[in-house]
Write a protein that binds this ligand. Structure first.
Ligand code: IMP
Ligand code: MG
Length: 183
């Protein structure tokens, strides 16, 4: 397929998408976020906790612009239907390092209802980190169902479905360099 990753419009499983954020726009905003983090965390040696799968590209590009000593861990939030009628049970997997008394920065691709992030924050606080900050490339403020403190946000977007740059539609499109919106 010709220039697949840089097209202005594309079709994924019969759903049309159009260009929403170019690679240059994403990179410019990530550079600004990194600048903020460089100012806030120098000599604090934080641990970034990147939430898979969606945040892998964001985490990679952001970390390349970080200029202080830091570590990175990758975690996943599994959700499954529980036995109780209350519905979904969430489980954090992959954390294999003691985060007690360390500054933590959670990296997410997108916060939609905020339920995943709310679960993560609650779960990670049990380990008593020194501090806990949230850095999300994208945020849908109108979709939030819980109150959250989100410290660093790349782009606030309306309630639209986005793909690319780590974000998927039925597992596809994570590899795209740009971000597309469903049309
Ligand atoms: P939340 O728990 O509703 O905030 O959803 C968080 C997760 O849902 C994100 O980490 C994404 O994996 C997924 N998600 C939410 N909105 C989108 C979207 O527009 N495109 C792709 N994935 C999304
Ligand atoms: Mg995600």
């Amino acid at each position: 397929m010709d220039k697949f990753p840089n097209m202005d419009a594309l079709l994924i499983n019969n759903q049309a998408f159009q260009l929403f954020l170019t690679e240059a726009e994403i990179m410019a905003r990530i550079a600004q976020l990194a600048q903020q983090l460089n100012a806030d965390y120098s000599s604090r040696k934080p641990i970034f906790i990147a939430v898979l799968n969606g945040s892998f590209m964001f985490a990679s590009d952001l970390l390349k612009a970080i200029q202080f000593d830091c570590e990175i861990q990758f975690v996943k939030v599994n959700s499954y239907q529980g036995m109780q009628s209350s519905g979904k049970v969430q489980e954090l997997i992959g954390l294999n390092q003691n985060i007690a008394n360390r500054p933590i920065i959670i990296l997410e691709d997108i916060i939609d209802t905020g339920l995943t992030m709310h679960f993560l924050i609650t779960d990670l606080l049990r380990y008593e980190p020194e501090s806990l900050a949230v850095c999300s490339l994208l945020l849908k403020p109108d979709a939030l169902k819980v109150k959250l403190q989100i410290d660093y946000v790349g782009f606030e977007v309306s309630n639209q479905f986005l793909v690319g740059y780590g974000l998927d539609y039925n597992g596809l499109a994570r590899n795209l360099r740009q971000i597309y919106q469903a049309v």
